[in-house]
Design a protein around this ligand. Structure first.
Ligand code: C2E
Ligand code: CA
Ligand code: CA
Length: 528
């Protein structure tokens, strides 16, 4: 229900709220799932690095066992020790070679027998482990060396880098597992690098072995979280999305319902925002105020005073017009009754009534309640029924109009000339007045043919014995023309615009009294 003539499209909170409500379940769900996946990744990273570490420790146990078995042989001639060296290689699955050294010179190997190469203890982390890129037998083939010593003699046992690579690749295929020994490290590419490895993007974990000088680092690449979310929670995400769309639509529907014309009118009725405005109706001759038409205004908290054209159609459509009219009649009676002394007897109070209000006898009660506020005979209540929406002449409505007449309530046919009421209709409903629509009044001063229509309407109502009220009189020329042609009452901006109650009462009090009027000025219809 647009309450201003020009409506501007706005992006207020009302249009954004459904989007927010719709997105909320998906966003919250996504946040919880992300947190859950992160926790799972952290736990899995911990478990995997731990498992890799235990595996590598087991390999090193094998090297250590071989080295310590052979340690008593260190410094004995190679020819005597070589077979024992080979026996240890055969016995231990992980041991690739065993070697003896004395005074930092490697002098015997399981593979080649007598040998001579310098052994530098500083190459070994804690003097124990050395991750090397390759040796003279297999250059560019990573090896892990275990060194056990006793005084100036010792044993070096080696494991092939392939075994380590298998551990790193099999235990953490989707992780970035790294074995670190001293300042050398081996990743899943199988190559040995120097320096500090780049930490994994997600769930980065480093575990130091308590038994050997090495550590294992684990973690996941940056896109792993998204991949896990897609693979584990796709169905749940879809469900949340559907739920979000549902919540958004429900919110949209609720807001629309709360903002629907029906809800808005109900709220306004409860808040007493519909107020009466009064436009005087003057009588022919002296142009004194013979009555008043009550026109509804909506005193809207944001939009200000709203014209009835903008909300009456919605009120009629939703059936709320009856309650609104009832409240308006109450307001009018309570507002005017204390000033009834300012009104002459039979002062007309015209109230606009819609066809819906005439369906049952409730209207009779509304009129009775209205009239009870005034001294008997002080006011004449006139119900204005628009010719545009005619009432069905059913037995119930005909009974209603009989009862209204019995109470002294008068009927005016509003906007006369714009609808199709028949003579029979006028008789059936005992219409007392015709209110000539302002579009006909506006013809005065136009071409002679057009004004002829107005003349015919006035003539017809005179023949039927009906009172005539001309609406929308704006110029003295119109006023005088209507007076000459016998319109009993006139209403229009020329005399007064619709005004609030206090202004109306002030102006009513300032009206000249009957004694100041020229004799015989009131038309027949007012006297009767
Ligand atoms: P209406 O019953 O024909 O009321 C006369 C309308 O003409 C009023 O407009 C009034 O302000 C306007 N008017 C009076 N003199 C002049 C004039 O000299 N020149 C022009 N241009 N206009 C003039 P308003 O108050 O805006 O009401 C419009 C319509 O809304 C009314 O037409 C009536 O059909 C409806 N309405 C107003 N109040 C109520 C109500 O309480 N109940 C119902 N059902 N309808 C109402
Ligand atoms: Ca009217
Ligand atoms: Ca009218």
């Amino acid at each position: 229900m647009p309450l201003t003539r020009k409506t501007r499209p706005g992006f207020g909170w009302r249009s954004l709220l459904p989007w927010f409500v719709g997105a909320l379940p998906a966003l919250c769900g996504f946040a919880v799932m992300s947190w859950q996946v992160e926790r799972e990744m952290q736990a899995s990273s911990q478990a995997t690095t731990r498992e890799a570490m235990v595996h590598i420790e087991r390999i090193l146990d094998s090297l250590s066992s071989a080295a310590h078995t052979l340690l008593p042989l260190a410094s004995t001639p190679c020819s005597k020790a070589q077979l024992r060296l080979r026996a240890e290689v055969t016995r231990n699955a992980y041991v690739r070679s065993t070697n003896l050294f004395h005074y930092n010179r490697l002098y015997c190997t399981s593979l080649l027998g007598d040998y001579d190469e310098r052994v530098n203890p500083d190459d070994y982390a804690d003097g124990q482990l050395w991750l090397m890129t390759g040796n003279s037998v297999t250059p560019d083939h990573p090896l892990l060396l275990y060194r056990a010593s006793e005084g100036d003699r010792g044993v070096i046992s080696t494991v092939d880098g392939e075994h380590l690579l298998t551990v790193l690749r099999l235990i953490g295929p989707d992780q970035a597992l790294i074995l670190r020994v001293g300042d050398a490290w081996m990743g899943q590419d199988g190559a040995v690098h120097r320096g500090a490895p780049a930490p994994a993007a997600k769930a980065y974990v480093v575990q130091d072995s308590a038994r050997y000088p090495f550590s294992v680092a684990g973690g996941y690449p940056a896109d792993q979280q998204g991949r896990l979310l897609r693979s584990h929670y796709l169905a749940l995400l879809g469900l949340l999305l559907v739920f979000g769309v549902g919540a958004g639509l429900a919110c949209h529907w609720q807001i629309r319902r709360a903002n629907s014309p029906r809800a808005e009118l109900r709220r306004a009725l409860q808040a007493d925002e519909f107020v009466p405005y009064f436009q005087p109706v003057v009588r022919q001759g002296d142009y004194r105020w013979a009555g008043v038409e009550v026109l509804m205004r909506w005193n809207h908290p944001q939009e200000g005073l709203v014209s009835p054209d903008l909300f009456i159609p919605y009120a009629e459509h939703s059936g709320q017009i009856v309650a609104m009219t009832r409240a308006l009649m109450m307001h009018t009676a309570q507002g005017l009754a204390p000033y009834a002394g300012l009104m002459e007897d039979g002062f007309h109070i015209g109230v606009n009534i819609t066809a819906d209000h005439c369906r049952d006898l409730g209207l009779v009660e509304d009129c009775r309640a209205f009239l009870q506020h005034f001294p008997p005979g002080r006011v004449t209540l006139t119900l204005e029924l628009t010719e545009r929406k005619l009432i069905e002449p059913t037995p119930a409505t005909l009974e209603l109009f009989v009862k209204l007449h019995d109470m002294g309530v008068m009927i005016a046919l509003d906007d006369f000339g714009t609808g199709q009421s028949s003579l029979n209709y006028l008789r059936q409903f005992k219409v007392d007045y015709l209110k000539i629509d302002r579009s006909f009044v506006a013809l005065i001063g136009a071409d002679a043919l057009s004004v002829h229509i107005l003349d015919s309407i006035i003539e017809l109502s005179a023949k039927l014995g009906l009172g005539i009220v001309a609406e929308g009189v704006e110029t003295p020329a119109q006023r005088d023309y209507l007076a000459r042609h016998g319109a009993h009452f006139q209403q229009g901006y020329l005399f007064a615009r619709p005004m609030p109650a206090d202004q109306f009462l002030e102006a009513l009090a300032a009206q000249p009294g009957p004694s100041q009027l020229p004799q015989g000025a009131a038309p027949e219809i007012m006297r009767g």
